[in-house]
Write a protein that binds this ligand. Sequence first.
Ligand SMILES: [Zn+2]
Length: 169
Amino acid sequence: MSDQLVIDTLDFVYSSKTLQGNVPLSNLERLKDYLASSTGKLTYLVTGLLDEQERPMLEISVNGAIDLSCQRCLGKIEHTLDVKAVLLLARNEDELQRYDEDIFADAIYASTELDILALIEDEVILSLPVSPRHENIECHISARAKKCETSVSVKEHPFTVLASLKRPH
Ligand SMILES: [Zn+2]
């Protein structure tokens, strides 16, 4: 793909680089599976820096508005993305294990060819609610469910009939 964006992660950090831009939702094939519509775009900012322990890391933030599908009524849910992630860059397995123990950050292998858009897409997917649903009041199903309840109460008639049969004459 022509819009692939590849960085050398350690060079990116030690040169204190930043990368910002937009990516159309329609370019994010994996994310599209979660969306009710793929119009619109995401804004991202990736910063390379060293933390207080001099560990190289990438700081990622992604913003934008997306439409998810409600798991109850399949209608659209507007969802505002405000994703922030910190990824420590491990140079070997030892470091990766050590960094993984850090509860405040995730770790990945440093790479000379890291696909930034794929990374951004991963972080966005990880941030999504597992089972998005409307608030009850907005959900189309809840209106329908109420109608169901009414029809259920109609079905209670046989019991009423039964009850009246049991009543002593
Ligand atoms: Zn709904």
